[in-house]
Design a protein around this ligand. Structure first.
Ligand SMILES: [Zn+2]
Ligand SMILES: [Zn+2]
Length: 174
């Protein structure tokens, strides 16, 4: 079953016995925070306190290559597991200490997955993404994209000692 905007009505599931479950396919474009698309499957399982949400997701994000600074489309995969509790305005609910980090189910029994999925997606993006594993980066002097071939600057790849050896090597060859 395909869900709309990552809101799931769990009124029925909450009436069912512990252990009952439902599966949903997610195929959404978030259009925020450079997250282009989110696809995957979530399983909701009725627990004694609320509902356990397990997801296996693939998200498409736009990131900047840490070497050549080009915008790239990147795919991330992750699993998540969160328990969400019905939001009830009794003093009983307030006494639960770790409630704030969970997904909540609002008064109309709608469970909103978008924030959780957004956060997990952002957490999974690597700190230094690359457009490809062997990205050559840009020249630190002229800013030329070295993936499109070398620039006219003197070589930066070696420090001075090495460039001397390289020069000697080249001289020996000629
Ligand atoms: Zn790159
Ligand atoms: Zn250059």
């Amino acid at each position: 079953m395909l869900i709309d905007k990552m809101y799931i009505n769990v009124a029925q599931l909450l009436k069912e016995p512990v252990g009952s479950s439902r599966r949903y396919q997610i195929d959404e474009s978030l259009g925020t925070d450079d997250i282009n698309s989110v696809k995957g499957e979530v399983t909701l399982i009725r627990t004694n306190r609320g509902i356990m949400v397990k997801g296996e997701m693939t998200a498409g994000v736009t990131v900047i290559c840490s070497r050549c600074l080009k915008l790239i489309d990147y795919k991330v995969n992750y699993d998540f597991e969160e328990e969400c509790l019905p939001s009830v305005s009794t003093s009983e609910a307030l006494s639960l200490p770790d409630q704030t980090d969970n997904i909540t189910i609002d008064e109309s029994h709608m469970l909103d997955l978008s924030e959780t999925i957004r956060q997990y997606t952002l957490l999974t993006i690597p700190a230094k993404p690359l457009c490809r594993p062997d990205c050559a980066g840009i020249c630190p002097s002229c800013g030329h994209d070295l993936n499109q071939g070398p620039c006219q600057c003197p070589s930066h790849t070696y420090d001075r000692r090495w460039s001397k050896l390289v020069r000697l090597g080249k001289e020996n060859k000629t």
